[in-house]
Design a protein around this ligand. Structure first.
Ligand SMILES: NC(=O)c1ccc[n+]([C@@H]2O[C@H](COP(=O)([O-])OP(=O)(O)OC[C@H]3O[C@@H](n4cnc5c(N)ncnc54)[C@H](OP(=O)(O)O)[C@@H]3O)[C@@H](O)[C@H]2O)c1
Length: 343
């Protein structure tokens, strides 16, 4: 890791009216531990180091990504990073998912006692005395959001957490949460293929001064320009169950990716950079989380920060991938049921 690049000025964005200042792109670390097939630990740590070195300060994880594996990985990367980079890092942690030994997801637990239990384990795994942004991964339908967010607010009060976030929450829940305690950001899927937040959720968070950390910006690789029609997915790969990656849906969605590639090539950028730059262009209150697992993918993603899309570029991108053109829901039916944002 060199220290020179870390000095380069990089664009920053602030998460909502009360949240931290972070890099304009965040690194989503999930795929380094789970859900996208095998990952290489050495390369994962090198990718986190390269991200910090390039001025990326926001690292996103969940305690259930590989049942603690992802937090331990981030802890190792931060421990072995230069102190200045470590101090600037903003770690966002999701909690609440209940897992089986076999890796199944059985629900969510947002009870205050559970919130504090999850936090205690995360702090231990991360090896820090505080979590920068803490959020339940899915709203627990059996626990009022006021109680879940209220428990995080108590952790803030005690100094164990700095900021409160939400994930995949709908407008009503967002309002109730914000009335309970200051909320920094909503983490939610947002991409050319997933534009569902534009109608109600985005106006709501903007009204309330809440930022957005957008995930699935490359639609889990579908519109990255690197996903092939004949790609074999290993057991446990989320995409093996995702409706958008199945049969005719996959072909229709990759047709959209091909159309995006044509526009990107005319601009002299890659397909992934066009997809990321489009999300960046949606507003300075939105921070894309990029699921890069290798330094090569990371460098490509960071290149999107240097892309300025003109009004003509944006129009061409929207013609290539019109709103609502994705084939298939963004999650399998059982997981769609857990999305408060879709109710
Ligand atoms: N709150 C939530 O509910 C929620 C849900 C999902 C994710 N997240 C968070 O958001 C983060 C990002 O989500 P995601 O990983 O699904 O989104 P993504 O960035 O749309 O997809 C990542 C996938 O795209 C592929 N890819 C191809 N080119 C890439 C490039 N240049 N840069 C980065 N990736 C490239 C990667 O491929 P390879 O196969 O080559 O690695 C990887 O499989 C996660 O890591 C996690 O922290 C949150």
């Amino acid at each position: 890791m060199t220290s020179s690049a870390a000095q380069l000025p990089r664009p920053v964005r602030t998460l909502g009216a009360t949240g931290p200042q972070v890099s304009a792109l965040g690194l989503g670390c999930m795929g380094m531990s789970a859900l996208y097939g095998a990952a290489d630990r050495t390369e994962s740590v090198a990718t986190i180091h390269a991200a910090l070195d390039a001025g990326v300060t926001l690292l996103d994880t969940g305690d259930f990504y590989g049942m603690g594996h992802n937090e331990l990985l981030i802890a190792e990367a931060l421990r072995t990073a230069p102190p200045a980079a470590r101090e600037q890092a903003v770690v966002s942690v999701k909690f609440g998912a209940l897992r089986t030994v076999e890796g199944g997801f059985t629900g969510y637990d947002g009870r205050p006692s559970a919130v504090k239990n999850f936090a205690a384990y995360s702090l231990q795994r991360l090896g820090t005395d505080h979590i920068d942004v803490y959020r339940i991964a899915r709203v627990d339908p059996d626990v009022p959001i006021e109680e879940t967010v209220g428990a995080i607010a108590e952790l803030v009060e005690a100094g164990h957490v700095r900021h409160i976030g939400l994930s995949e929450a709908g407008a009503d829940t967002i309002r109730r949460a914000a009335a309970t305690a200051p909320v920094a950001d909503l983490q939610i899927e947002y991409s050319l293929l997933s534009r569902g937040i534009e109608e109600t959720i985005l106006p709501t968070v903007r009204e309330l001064g809440i930022g957005v950390t957008a995930y699935g910006v490359l639609s889990r690789g579908l519109i990255s320009g690197h996903f092939t029609r004949d790609r074999e997915l290993t057991a446990g790969d989320f995409r093996g169950m995702s409706p958008r990656f199945q049969g005719a849906n996959l072909h229709r969605n990759l047709d959209l990716a091909d159309r995006l590639r044509t526009v990107a090539e005319q601009k002299g950028i890659s397909t992934a950079q066009a997809a990321i730059a489009w999300v960046l262009s949606r507003g300075t209150d939105i921070v894309p989380l990029i699921g890069a697992r290798t330094r090569v993918r990371l460098q490509e993603a960071l290149g999107a920060l240097d892309v300025a899309l003109t009004a003509d570029d944006l129009a061409a991108i929207e013609r290539a991938v019109p709103a609502g053109s994705a084939a298939g829901e963004r999650y399998p039916a059982a997981q769609m049921a857990h999305l408060d944002s879709e109710h």
